[in-house]
Design a protein around this ligand. Structure first.
Ligand SMILES: [Zn+2]
Length: 252
């Protein structure tokens, strides 16, 4: 992949001596798998930090072993059970306001405690709501549960949607969900990346928000794996690109 469009955009950043920041988030981890090994191999090969949005309910101890000793892989909280509570007529949501506030808070707290106990220092206390959707009333309760970060999809509107919770979203979805959960295509992905960069450059999006690449290791086809491999190779070769370490991005 030549990444011409992206190169062209990054050249504009270079012309004004700006560094384009990125980060990588992969969703739906719960247990070891061949696909997870493949994901970790990409993180290793390109020396790229990985945020693994992990579903607390049913998380397997084997995942702890699998991630142990990896100092650039971090676990984020992916809801509680990745269950949909929205009615069929609405878009899927676990962290909407379809249950009582107490039920939601109790589950978030239980999931938080489990991940913290299991992963210790590797757990970064940030919430990645399943389907990237969360009701503002749930956001208002995150900090009380110990969460200091929030990550959904699309350019953030505020750095701190509520006091004590820093938002850093993803902006690139490499999967085409509507057409058979396959790779979205190199061109479509490149356009997503370049569009967020140009929006930041032109201050139509928060220029301080790192551009987030989202992947879903369990549903990757070969083209998804190739793209991740190639895009990190490309980004690492750029002088004015920095792929951030996940450990500190949600620190205020
Ligand atoms: Zn998910």
């Amino acid at each position: 992949m030549a990444f011409k469009l992206l190169q062209n955009e990054l050249d504009k950043w270079a012309a004004s001596s700006r560094v384009a920041e990125f980060w990588w988030r992969d969703d739906d981890a719960q247990k070891p798998s061949v696909q997870l090994d493949q994901l970790l191999a990409i993180s290793d090969k390109h020396n790229v930090s990985l945020a693994l949005a992990t579903i607390p309910d049913g998380v397997q101890a084997g995942l702890v072993e699998c991630l142990g000793g990896r100092d650039q892989v971090y676990v984020l909280q992916h809801g509680f059970s990745h269950q949909n509570f929205a009615p069929e007529t609405e878009r899927k949501m676990e962290l909407g306001w379809h249950r009582s506030g107490t039920q939601i808070k109790t589950q978030i707290a239980a999931g938080f405690a489990d991940l913290q106990t299991l992963f210790g220092e590797q757990f970064v206390p940030a919430m990645v709501p399943p389907w990237n959707r969360i009701d503002s009333r749930v956001v208002a309760n995150l900090n009380a549960a110990g969460l200091k970060g929030l990550s959904t999809l699309g350019p953030r509107k505020q750095v701190f949607p509520v006091d004590g919770v820093k938002q850093i979203n993803v902006h690139v979805d490499i999967i085409n969900w509507k057409q058979g959960r396959r790779f979205a295509g190199a061109e479509a992905c490149e356009i997503q990346i370049a569009s967020h960069l140009s929006a930041k450059r032109e201050r139509q999006a928060d220029p301080q928000e790192p551009t987030g690449i989202m992947s879903h290791h369990l549903v990757h086809d070969a083209a998804c794996w190739d793209f991740l491999d190639e895009v990190f190779e490309f980004l690492n070769a750029q002088k004015n690109v920095q792929i951030l370490d996940v450990s500190s991005i949600f620190t205020p």
